[in-house]
Design a protein around this ligand. Structure first.
Ligand SMILES: [Zn+2]
Length: 125
């Protein structure tokens, strides 16, 4: 008896493992797409290979940053790319779907629109 009907009204429901898996697939698709675009825009440095470890992904970010991909759309793509990697890391560590700011569950509806978002709707606005 740990659930109170009162808190159910104000606290968003945490996403299920099935939904998490669905979002993980979406994040991986976004990651490949962004990686392809960044690799194409950057100085030819065949970055098509996906490193499946957290550490590998993060060092990939540093490598991309060091290549100086810093203008306009490219910058936005790089930021999204970072957020996607971060979301995948949070998936691996089991904290995905929880707002990094207020630590309440992020609504599934928000995650389907922004799978890479680290925050819930109130914190993200
Ligand atoms: Zn929040």
């Amino acid at each position: 008896m740990t659930r109170s009907p009162k808190t159910m009204l104000t606290t968003p429901i945490a996403i299920t493992s099935e939904q998490t898996e669905q979002l993980r697939q979406e994040l991986l698709r976004t990651l490949s797409r962004l990686e392809g675009r960044i690799a194409k825009n950057g100085p030819g440095n065949g970055a098509a290979e996906l490193d499946q470890t957290c550490v590998g992904r993060l060092s990939r970010i540093e490598a991309l940053q060091n290549q100086g991909l810093t203008d306009g759309l490219r910058e936005r793509e790089r930021i999204q790319f970072e957020q996607v990697l971060d979301a995948l890391c949070r998936l691996e560590s089991g904290t995905y779907g929880t707002c990094v700011t207020c630590h309440t569950p992020v609504a599934f509806e928000r995650l389907t629109v922004f799978p890479e978002t680290p925050t819930c709707t109130p914190c993200g606005q």
